[in-house]
Design a protein around this ligand. Structure first.
Ligand SMILES: Cc1cc2nc3c(=O)[nH]c(=O)nc-3n(C[C@H](O)[C@H](O)[C@H](O)COP(=O)(O)O)c2cc1C
Length: 140
């Protein structure tokens, strides 16, 4: 099973999570600017929330790589508890790309809110989530 990790990060929070996820699944964390080189059964896609939505480059990545994506697994952060997951699921569905039912979300620092989040525990939780998803998706 081929697994890739892509992310978009403005200030480093999603990058930090992506590196934890990538280390857990034995892949390299790359930005959404890097196209998938070949078909990946699972793409862990790191996307956080800006003005209520994921960055447009995340949608562009899905659209441009749709043929090479078996299934997307979303992870990310936001100031609030609201994940980018529903928006990504809808974008992916529009490109006939499947999205896993489960996603990882944690608090992310924004101005003086959620200082130092994602923290080490968030990264450990993201890594644990990614390992569990690999097990689940490997069986389906
Ligand atoms: C320009 C901007 C807009 C944001 N808008 C939202 C928002 O609408 N809702 C929210 O919960 N968090 C919002 N946030 C907080 C980010 O989702 C949070 O800081 C996240 O951890 C950023 O991840 P990054 O450092 O990888 O870019 C915003 C942050 C920025 C910089």
């Amino acid at each position: 099973m081929r697994v890739d990790v892509r992310y978009y990060s403005k200030n480093g929070a999603t990058k930090k999570l992506a590196e934890a996820v990538a280390a857990a699944v034995g892949a390299e964390a790359k930005t959404v600017d890097e196209k998938l080189e070949k078909y990946a059964d699972v793409v862990f896609l790191g996307a956080s929330v800006y003005g209520g939505k994921p960055d447009p480059s995340v949608a562009a990545f899905i659209r441009d790589n749709a043929k090479n994506i078996g299934k997307i697994v979303v992870f990310g952060s936001a100031c609030t508890g609201k994940s980018a997951y529903p928006a990504i699921k809808s974008i992916a569905a529009g490109c006939a790309v499947k999205t896993a039912e489960m996603f990882f979300h944690c608090k992310g620092q924004f101005w003086f809110f959620n200082k130092n989040r994602p923290n080490d525990q968030d990264c450990a939780d993201a890594a644990d989530f990614a390992k569990k998803q690999i097990k689940i998706l490997g069986m389906t």
